[in-house]
Design a protein around this ligand. Structure first.
Ligand SMILES: O=P(O)(O)OC[C@H]1O[C@H](O[C@H]2O[C@H](CO)[C@@H](O)[C@H](O)[C@H]2O)[C@H](O)[C@@H](O)[C@@H]1O
Ligand SMILES: O=c1ccn([C@@H]2O[C@H](COP(=O)(O)OP(=O)(O)O)[C@@H](O)[C@H]2O)c(=O)[nH]1
Ligand SMILES: [Mg+2]
Length: 737
């Protein structure tokens, strides 16, 4: 039976050693807490790190660690302390984490970290491959494992692989500063589906892919030579019922069942019944804006002294990544801030901040969520922030006010909260005041709407949606209209070829025989290619025609010494084997003088674009332009041109990053079918990569072998993945001649 393989840096269970015995505790952090319920209910195995380095686990307990993991359908990946230093504390949390959260000044570029990051990613990938069977679905999580998708793809080309990024994806201007940006993008693109929490992260990623790797991006699909990768946003939810039920149980519990924490909270409530409690919970992380929050709170108390003794900030900061210097520094800063503010405002019976630096068990979190009237969450950047969602889910009587930073992914779905900019103390202070004064009916109204949404889009639904979309990519792959040329199909075609008496080949040039290059004039054929075409054409039964949109001079000079027929400019000119060119279509060129200045204007306004002049057509290339600007300008130009050329017998062809204006009567369909007249070809083969080649695919007889290069919508019967595959196929024909 097929299963889901979940893989993340950290397992949902953490192993520690207490008095020589293994102890298992749940992991802290949104990824583990969120995904746990999906794992629990499904048929999945979860691969990850159990939280101790190899050196920390005594030999005699190693087996036990694996047993403890297995008991929860998990597999422990053991990492040495050097690996943890370079991979986890190093590249993950000193390079990617700060960069992706826009803390560029904290971002380190260290070759050694990068080397170990690659090595550990490979270790995780190998572990997956050990467990992978055909039909399994692989779901890779987060920024620690960016290279894993492609590492799996290399070994298992047919695998269905999903990747979810739990943290922000920064804008291209920030991401481009990473020295290993190409490798990182290529790593992630091994996946079939890439998920983010918000549309902003998604579009930042797409923009980086199109600008850095120059892949074609259409809406949310990336076209690679051999695959299409889908990118989408899936805002992660929480296990709503679990939090709701825990809150209901909490209210029903008797005094005897109460936790020590709850007793102390109640004690304060009784002593100052009209005072309100503000809650903040996060890992101690500089992205969470904890220091900002304390300062904003100070600003609030300074400005509104009437709230002294009427308010208490209950602040839980969970220790995190304390081997990274910035986290240690932040710890000191917060200790000092809390000390200073408590010193400044405390009275005999009251302290403004109650500070805990530790993690708390689930029940205590519920105590805090249900007791505090306000939640103040002010991250400077946060992928999602599940605490915000958990707080709302536990408010079973619908009261309570959430103040949430607009920089948290969660803010996109939680509009009914008081949304603030964490850098604006005035606004935070105002929000606190609004929260204190908010009538209960309004609180209830806002929370009911939030709850309705959170209940519906739970973590379960999130995982289902992602999985459904992931499996959908596979179905899409299978349902491609054209058929991939497998070795078996290639054999069949060869049999037909051998048995045929008269054969003809129509072969496109750019994107088919050679790859695209930045300057079209540099795409010369190499000697092997010339030899291949020469020998294919040497067979008496075979006619080879290179059919291209290029101008006759370039094409003619490149194929000067090769006896092969050429069709240039989509069919305007034809060169016989003996080298003589003749005009095949009676086309005009006077229109060019009117159209050229319009295109020139676009060239001036769109850096990187240029005009290619052919005898009977004009082409505007935008391959080197900024991809987004290029698409916008191409749309504009196409509209302008269509208006300009109406009734002139011209048409605008939209090719691969090129617009071409030419006579409507000229296209590769007409040019190729003309070559069939009066000949009894019993084997017709046509291959091309572009929109303009579709004319051949549509107009040649149905029995023709029409082949598209690359995975795109097409009328061709077959496809091959890229130019290297084209050569392999043509070489096969040569062998069968
Ligand atoms: O594993 P750690 O280094 O201890 O860190 C804990 C987790 O922190 C990050 O959580 C993110 O995922 C949450 C759920 O999607 C999201 O709400 C939050 O905004 C993110 O910061 C990290 O992405 C995880 O990999 C860590 O395990
Ligand atoms: O002592 C604690 C404090 C917090 N959490 C959990 O840690 C997660 C924090 O996730 P969030 O998305 O808010 O931030 P992250 O830490 O992942 O950046 C939430 O599910 C909390 O319930 C926990 O398990 N123990
Ligand atoms: Mg082409």
């Amino acid at each position: 039976m097929s299963k889901t393989i979940i893989i993340s840096n950290r397992l949902p269970l953490q192993i520690s050693i207490e008095n020589g015995e293994l102890e298992v505790t749940p992991s802290v952090g949104g990824l583990a807490t969120g995904l746990k319920s999906f794992h629990k209910d499904g048929d999945s195995v979860w691969i990850g790190w159990p939280g101790l380095t190899e050196e920390e686990i005594p030999e005699n307990l190693k087996e036990n660690v694996q047993e403890k993991a297995q008991a929860e359908n998990c597999v422990a990946v053991h990492l040495s302390s050097d690996e943890i230093d370079g991979f986890y504390y190093g590249f993950s949390n000193r390079t990617i984490w700060p960069l992706f959260h826009y803390f560029m000044e904290y971002t380190e570029s260290d070759d050694q970290y990068w080397r170990i990051y690659q090595q550990v990613n490979q270790k995780y990938a190998n572990e997956i491959l050990k467990h992978y069977k055909d039909g399994d679905v692989i779901w890779v999580h987060d920024y620690q494992l960016l290279l894993v998708p492609n590492m799996i793809r290399e070994k298992e080309p047919e695998a269905v692989i999903g990747f979810f990024n739990h943290i922000p994806f920064p804008s291209y201007e920030v991401f481009r500063t990473l020295p290993w940006r190409d490798e990182v993008l290529k790593g992630v693109l091994g996946a079939d589906l890439i998920g983010f929490h918000t549309y902003d992260y998604e579009r930042h990623f797409l923009s980086s892919v199109s600008r850095i790797l120059r892949h074609q991006v259409d809406f949310n699909e990336i076209t690679l030579p051999d695959r299409i990768v889908k990118v989408d946003s899936f805002p992660m939810g929480i296990d709503y019922k679990k939090f709701e039920q825990a809150a209901l149980n909490h209210f029903e519990s008797t005094t005897a069942d109460q936790s020590e924490l709850q007793r102390r909270l109640d004690h304060h409530l009784e002593a100052t019944p009209d005072a309100k409690m503000i809650l903040s919970i996060d890992r101690l992380d500089y992205t969470k804006g904890i220091a900002h929050r304390i300062r904003a709170y100070e600003y609030f108390l300074d400005k509104n002294p009437e709230y002294i003794e009427k308010v208490r900030l209950v602040m839980l900061a969970v220790p995190s990544r304390s081997n990274v210097p910035q986290y240690r520094r932040l710890k000191r800063e917060i200790d000092e801030l809390v000390g200073r503010i408590n010193g400044k405002f405390s009275t005999v019976s009251w302290t403004p901040i109650w500070y805990f630096y530790r993690s708390m068990p689930f029940n205590n979190l519920i105590d805090l969520y249900t007791t505090c009237d306000i939640a103040l969450l002010t991250p400077i950047r946060d992928g999602m922030n599940l605490v915000a969602k958990e707080y709302i889910a536990t408010r079973t009587n619908h009261t309570g006010v959430l103040i949430l930073s607009e920089m948290a992914g969660a803010a996109h779905e939680m509009n009914e909260a008081l949304i603030i900019n964490p850098n604006n103390f005035e606004q935070v202070s105002e929000a606190l005041k609004t929260a204190f004064e908010m009538p209960e009916e309004e609180q209830i109204e806002r929370n009911k709407m939030l709850q309705k949404r959170l209940r519906r889009y739970s973590v379960e639904k999130w995982a289902q949606d992602f999985m459904k979309a992931l499996k959908g990519t596979r179905e899409n792959r299978d349902s491609f209209k054209s058929i991939r040329i497998t070795p078996e199909i290639s054999e069949e075609i060869m049999t037909q070829y051998r048995n045929a008496e008269r054969r003809i080949f129509f072969i496109d040039y750019d994107g088919t025989l050679v790859n695209f290059v930045e300057k079209p004039e540099n795409a010369r054929p190499d000697e092997d290619l010339k030899e291949l075409i020469r020998s294919l054409n040497a067979d008496d039964k075979t006619d080879v025609i290179l059919i291209s949109g290029r101008d006759k001079n370039t094409l003619g000079s490149w194929w000067k010494d090769v006896p092969v027929e050429l069709i240039s400019e989509h069919g305007v000119w034809m060169r016989q084997i003996d080298g003589e060119w003749e005009l095949a279509e009676n086309v005009k060129s006077e229109w060019m003088d009117a159209v050229r200045p319009v295109i020139e204007n676009f060239v001036d306004r769109t850096p990187g674009t240029f005009i290619e002049e052919k005898n009977y057509s004009l082409a505007w290339h935008y391959r080197k332009a900024d991809p987004e600007l290029g698409e916008i300008r191409a749309n504009e130009l196409s509209t302008v041109l269509k208006e300009l050329i109406s009734n002139r017998g011209l048409s605008v062809l939209e090719g691969n990053k090129v617009l071409e204006i030419k006579s409507s009567d000229v296209n590769k369909g007409k040019a190729s079918t003309k070559k069939l007249i009066g000949k009894n070809y019993d084997f017709i083969f046509a291959i091309g990569d572009d929109w303009t080649d579709e004319y051949m695919f549509r107009e040649l007889p149905e029995s023709s072998y029409t082949v598209k290069v690359g995975i795109k919508k097409t009328s061709a019967r077959f496809y091959v993945e890229g130019t290297p595959k084209v050569r392999t196929l043509l070489e096969k024909f040569r062998e069968n001649s």
